[in-house]
Design a protein around this ligand. Structure first.
Ligand code: PMP
Length: 417
């Protein structure tokens, strides 16, 4: 199978000849992945920053094992089950304000798509037509489906061939300072009656370039949404569950969005599950005897019982283990470890927030060679664009963390192996 994949597997991004072939992986162990040839790599990415408790956590394994024996999955149309109710109740209790109404789906893209659908229908249900656009931001990444591609940075390249045929939205710069905020305000003033919602990844724009912004930006967006009566959507698919240092990024800004989206680390990175959580006022606009006002969305595997059991077990671990303290430790170690990259020729920026470490380069000529050099140093790190980044499990120990930062320094400074 280590060669046979070429016959039938359509790998993401794999049509680019310069991309290195995938590494055959057979097992995971804590914060490491084991390759078919027996090598063990320290995982610098935690499977697209999902595996927040590391892989194979015994508490999650036990919860999923119990659940699979009782009821692995039932449809969520017309049926409801305890793992989902418990999870929704716990999310509502953890989230600020009246973010209380949880809609389950099965991927980050779909959670965002559902949020946008809720926002557009929220206005329709209130008899207001024409509010069909999102105000989204340069640097954003919200997913790969048709609707979510249309709120990604249009210049980022990934979805460029669809330019002109995606749903029309308004893409602006984040209001980093008062001047940007005034420009954005003027833009919104011109288009307010076309905009259903503002959508943003709070604190960190992830897959669009690992760009950070200050909590003040989010407060400006809340004020803008209030001024023009727009909904505010936070996409916390990346930032949710401790990654930036607080349980949710919105807490750092003390801003309550109207809708918030989660996936990835929701199940501790073990299963496909997503949640779109709305405030009461959004939910109420859908609550009626008129079927035309209902939210017509029902993914087959929504609220999968195994995934809900895993998510509940993951939340247990946030309660019983010092995850957020571990993020503070990781942040300090990333700062100290990556500092040596600063000032290196070809390095444009070094930035760290929570358990996210980023080295932005001027350019990357040979991505495949870079990846091979990381593997040769015993780590799994996958740069993209001009970005070399670390988003390890929040349980990673200092030894493995140092192996990761040393590898980045070594490779970025082009020290021969
Ligand atoms: N939003 C954000 C902020 C993300 O980082 C991602 C995934 N990288 C998505 C949405 C899409 O999630 P998924 O890949 O699960 O569809």
């Amino acid at each position: 199978w280590q060669e046979d994949w070429r016959e039938h597997i359509w790998l993401p991004y794999a049509q680019m000849k310069h991309i290195a072939p995938p590494l055959p992986v057979v097992a995971t162990n804590g914060t490491r992945i084991r390759l078919a040839d027996g090598r063990e790599l320290v995982d610098g990415i935690a499977s697209w920053w999902t595996a927040c408790h590391g892989y194979n956590h015994p508490h999650i394994r036990a919860a999923v094992t119990r659940q699979i024996e009782v009821m692995p999955h039932v449809m969520f149309g017309g049926l409801v089950h305890e793992p989902a109710v418990r999870l929704a109740t716990r999310l509502a209790a953890l989230l600020p304000g009246d973010l209380d109404r949880v809609f389950f789906s099965d991927s980050g893209s779909v959670s965002v798509e559902v949020a946008m659908k809720m926002a557009v229908q929220y206005w329709l249900n209130r008899g207001i037509r024409g509010r069909t656009k999102m105000l989204a931001f340069r640097g954003a990444y919200h997913g790969d489906t048709f609707a979510t591609m249309a709120v990604c940075d249009p210049d980022e390249g990934m979805h460029k061939h669809f330019a002109g045929i995606l749903h029309e939205n308004i893409i602006a710069d984040l209001p980093h300072d008062d001047e940007n905020a005034a420009t954005l305000d003027a833009l919104v003033a011109r288009h307010a009656n076309e905009i259903a919602a503002i959508i943003v990844e709070p604190l960190v724009q992830g897959a669009g370039g690992m760009l950070f912004h200050e909590p003040e930006v989010l407060r400006r967006l809340r004020a803008l949404a209030d001024k023009y009566d727009l909904l505010l959507i936070f996409d916390e698919v990346f930032t949710g569950f401790g990654r930036t240092g607080t349980m949710f990024a919105c807490e750092a800004a003390q801003v309550v969005p109207d809708i918030i989206c989660f996936s990835k680390a929701l199940t501790g990175g073990t299963m496909a599950l997503a949640a779109t959580v709305a405030r009461e006022k959004v939910f109420e606009a859908f609550w009626s005897d008129d079927p035309a006002r209902a939210l017509m969305h029902g993914p087959t595997f929504m609220a999968n019982a195994l995934a809900c059991a895993a998510a509940n077990a993951s939340l247990d671990l946030f309660e019983s283990e010092p995850r957020l303290e571990q993020v503070a430790r990781i942040e300090a170690a990333l700062q100290a470890g990556l500092e040596a990259c600063r000032g290196t020729p070809g390095v444009r920026d070094v930035r760290v927030r929570g358990a996210i470490g980023v080295v932005e380069l001027e350019k990357i000529d040979d991505l495949a060679a870079l990846k091979r050099r990381f593997v040769a140093r015993g780590v799994f790190i996958r740069p993209f664009g001009k970005i070399v980044y670390l988003t390890p499990a929040l349980t990673i120990d200092n030894i493995d963390l140092k192996r990761l930062t040393d590898a980045v320094v070594h490779v970025v400074r082009q020290i021969p192996d």
